[in-house]
Design a protein around this ligand. Structure first.
Ligand SMILES: Cc1ncc(COP(=O)(O)O)c(C=O)c1O
Length: 430
C-alpha cells in the first residue's frame, strides 16, 4: 500500500536561474520591485487584505491554514457571551444554530458553482470522504465492484477509500488522474479524485474527467480542498455527483473548521449515507428507533454540529461579499506567474525545479519547488519572514491566496528564497 499513494507528477516549469551576479541581481530587483508595485496598484482585490489580521510576514501558507479575518474574534465573542452564555439552549432556535450546517452550505455554494440546497457543512473532510465514497457505491448501478482513487491523492482520501472498498466489497484501483479515462470500465462504481493536487499544485480537468466517469456509467466524487476559494469549480455546470472540501484553507474558516459535502440535487433522494446520525433524520426530535432520512442536503448531516467552529467559519465567509471567483482566479494566476518569473530571476541556477505546471489550465493556486535541503531552506525562509511549508522530503510549497497576498509579497518571497539559497544576508529592502 505504501507505494500506492506516492506523488509522481512529472516535473515541469521553471528551472531557475543563472546565478545572478550582484549587479544583475540589483537591477532585476529594481525592475521586479517596480513591476510588483504597479501590479499592486492596479489590483482590484488589494483592499481585501485589510479585512485580515496580518502583519509584515509574507504569508504563503493559506493553502494549508487561511489567515484570520479580523472581525471573526468579535463575532465569536458575541457567540460565547450572548448566544451560549446568556441564551444557552434557546440558541439552537433563536440564534439559528440548528440550521447552521445548511445555511453555511448555501454561503459556500456560489463559490463552488452550486445552486442552494446541495451543500451541508459539518464533520471533517476525511469523514465526508467516507460518506461520499460509500454513498457513491450505493448510487452506482448494481453489480459494479471497483472504486478508482487518485493514486497521487492526499493520503486520507486513499486510506478512507481503501477502507470503504473493504467494507463494501469493492476492489480499490489506485489510478493517476491522467490514466482514469483508460482505467474506467463496466466494473467501475465510483471514482474519487482531487481537483488540485495538494503536493504539486496541478489542477485536474474536473469537467472532462467527470464526463468520462459518467460515460462509463460511474459516479464522480471530487475533493475540492485545494481549489474551493481559489478558482471556479463549477460543480453544477459540470454535472459533478458528489464533492467534499475543507474550509480552513482558501475559505479561511479557522483551524479544523468543519468541512462540507455536496450532493447534487438529482441524487439527493437516493443518497444513502453510511453514517445516518440522528441530525439527518426526517424527524430528529421524534427520537424514533427506525431511521428515516430527511430530504435534501440535511441528509448528509451526522451528529450535533460543532457550533463554535461553524459560526467562526460563517463569519469568515463575509470576506467574500462582493468578490467574484473569476477575479480571484485571474489574480491567482497572475501571482503564480509572477512568482515563477521572480524565482527564475533571483534563484541560483539549478537550485530549484518547479513541479507546478506552467499551463494555466493545469495550475491551481500554489507553486511547489523541488529543492535539495528543503527543510532547512523553509526554516530559513520562515526566520526571514516568508512563510510557506514543506512536503517531505524535498518540496517547498507556496500557496497564493488572492484575497490577501499581493505582488510585492511575491517579489519579496522569491528574493528572500534567492538570498537563502545563495547563502546571502537578508536584503535590507525586505
Ligand atoms: C486534498 C485534501 N483532502 C483531505 C484533507 C484532509 O482533511 P481533514 O484533515 O480536514 O479531514 C486535506 C488536508 O489538508 C487535503 O489537502
Amino acid at each position: 500500500m505504501s507505494e500506492t499513494f506516492t506523488g509522481h507528477a512529472p516535473e515541469s516549469g521553471v528551472r531557475a536561474g543563472h546565478a545572478p551576479a550582484a549587479d544583475a541581481r540589483a537591477s532585476a530587483s529594481e525592475e521586479l520591485g517596480a513591476r510588483a508595485a504597479g501590479l499592486d496598484a492596479a489590483d482590484r482585490l488589494a483592499g481585501r487584505r485589510e479585512l485580515f489580521a496580518l502583519d509584515a510576514t509574507v504569508y504563503l501558507d493559506g493553502n494549508s491554514l487561511g489567515a484570520l479575518p479580523a472581525h471573526v474574534p468579535g463575532r465569536l465573542q458575541e457567540v460565547l457571551t450572548r448566544e451560549w452564555g446568556e441564551l444557552r439552549i434557546r440558541s439552537w432556535d433563536e440564534s439559528g444554530w440548528w440550521a447552521a450546517p445548511e445555511r453555511i452550505g448555501d454561503r459556500i455554494a456560489p463559490l463552488v458553482g452550486a445552486a442552494a440546497g446541495q451543500i451541508v457543512v459539518g464533520d471533517s473532510t476525511s469523514v465526508n470522504v467516507f460518506k461520499a465514497v460509500v454513498a457513491a457505491t450505493r448510487l452506482a448501478p448494481e453489480g459494479r465492484d471497483e472504486i478508482l482513487v487518485d493514486a497521487t491523492t492526499f493520503p486520507t482520501d486513499g486510506y478512507i477509500a481503501a477502507s470503504a472498498a473493504r467494507m463494501t466489497g469493492h476492489r480499490l484501483v489506485p489510478t493517476a488522474p491522467a490514466e482514469v479515462p483508460d482505467a474506467l470500465g463496466p466494473r467501475t462504481a465510483a471514482v474519487l479524485l482531487n481537483h488540485v493536487d495538494y503536493r504539486t499544485g496541478r489542477l485536474h480537468d474536473l469537467a472532462g474527467l467527470t464526463d468520462a466517469v459518467h460515460a462509463a456509467g460511474a459516479v464522480a466524487v471530487w475533493d475540492l480542498c485545494h481549489s474551493a476559494g481559489a478558482l471556479p469549480v463549477g460543480l453544477d455546470a459540470h454535472g459533478v455527483d458528489l464533492a467534499v472540501g475543507c474550509t480552513y484553507k482558501y475559505l479561511n474558516g479557522g483551524p479544523g473548521s468543519p468541512a462540507y459535502l455536496y450532493v447534487a440535487e438529482r441524487h439527493q433522494a437516493d443518497f444513502d449515507s453510511p453514517l445516518p446520525g440522528w441530525t439527518s433524520h426526517a424527524d430528529p426530535f421524534g427520537m424514533t428507533p427506525g431511521y428515516v432520512p430527511a430530504d435534501g442536503a440535511v441528509r448528509g448531516r451526522v451528529g450535533t454540529p460543532d457550533i463554535l467552529s461553524m459560526l467562526a467559519l460563517e463569519a469568515s465567509l463575509d470576506v467574500w461579499d462582493g468578490v467574484s471567483i473569476e477575479a480571484v482566479r485571474a489574480k491567482s494566476l497572475a501571482l503564480t506567474d509572477f512568482f515563477l518569473e521572480c524565482v527564475a530571476a533571483y534563484v541560483p541556477e539549478g537550485r530549484v525545479t518547479s513541479l507546478t505546471p506552467v499551463a494555466h489550465a493545469e495550475r491551481g493556486s500554489q507553486v511547489a519547488l523541488r529543492c535539495e535541503g528543503a527543510e532547512a531552506v523553509m526554516g530559513a525562509l520562515i526566520e526571514r519572514g516568508v512563510v510557506g511549508d514543506l512536503r517531505r522530503p524535498d518540496v517547498l510549497r507556496f500557496g497564493f491566496t488572492p484575497l490577501y497576498v499581493g505582488f510585492a509579497d511575491v517579489e519579496r518571497a522569491a528574493r528572500v528564497l534567492g538570498e537563502v539559497l545563495d547563502g546571502r544576508q537578508p536584503d535590507d529592502r525586505a
